[in-house]
Design a protein around this ligand. Sequence first.
Ligand code: MG
Length: 302
Amino acid sequence: MLYTITPFFLEFKTPFSIAHGTRNGTDLVFLEIIQDGIVAHGEASLPPYLPETSETVQAFIDAFFMQHPDELANLSLSLQQLHSFQQGSFAAKACVDIAFHNWFAKKEGIGVWQLLGLKNHPLPPCTFTIGMGDKESLHQKVKDGNDFSILKVKLGGENDKQIISSIREVTQKPLCVDVNQGWKDKMFALDMIHWLKEQNIIFIEQPLPKNNYDDSLWLHEMSPLPLIADESIQQPTDVVKIKDAFDGVNMKLMKCGGISEGLKLITEARKYNLKVLIGSMSESGCAITAAAQLSSRRLDRP
Ligand code: MG
């Protein structure tokens, strides 16, 4: 098997601001693997607030293939080797995991969702994300999201009510809100959620810091809107820990280590009747298409 690693800077059309800060793009790593004339691809996305970098991902992939230079013969075995190789490195594992699934599906001449034995349900509604900004940029973003029926708005800064009011000047579309842990006080969070409920908001994502479990539990009991865990949920084993503090989870391949772990996380979430959102970091169509393969599982009961 041959492989090629290509670092890439995914430059945004406009700067993107969330509660963590503002950036102009995201470092990606693309992986291409070739065997038996079949070419397959994987991707890692590396936003700056996570510990992995382009360099650590490349080092992980080189080390993994150095230790496991075996030909691709069995997907389960390859995945087992990958996910038991080193601790952490979830974006790097996602990159290789996506490429493995892509290769085996291409070999069979089927989609990855078929390879996983999933159904071909229509894709669920997809949101368009609007970062923080001034009124002019928010109005432009609403226009940019014209083709989407639901918009996702980043809050958790100083001007949350102004942001929603500015957006409501130009659209009455349903909105979901992602606070990215930006509200530090549970009473403030509850007041904001009551205010947001009057603004046709569907759900609130990660309102409080991820380590503040007791306040998240309290907020969940009090909240008039569903709460979705993002930063609070990383791997499948986290689901049971947060299941009473949220109504749903945001599964991202980069957090949990790829398609196989993402499927486990969704299955675990559905076991507790949690809603499932399939999310992404800023990623290219390679990793986003990989995540979309799991979309039919989001409503299934195990
Ligand atoms: Mg989020």
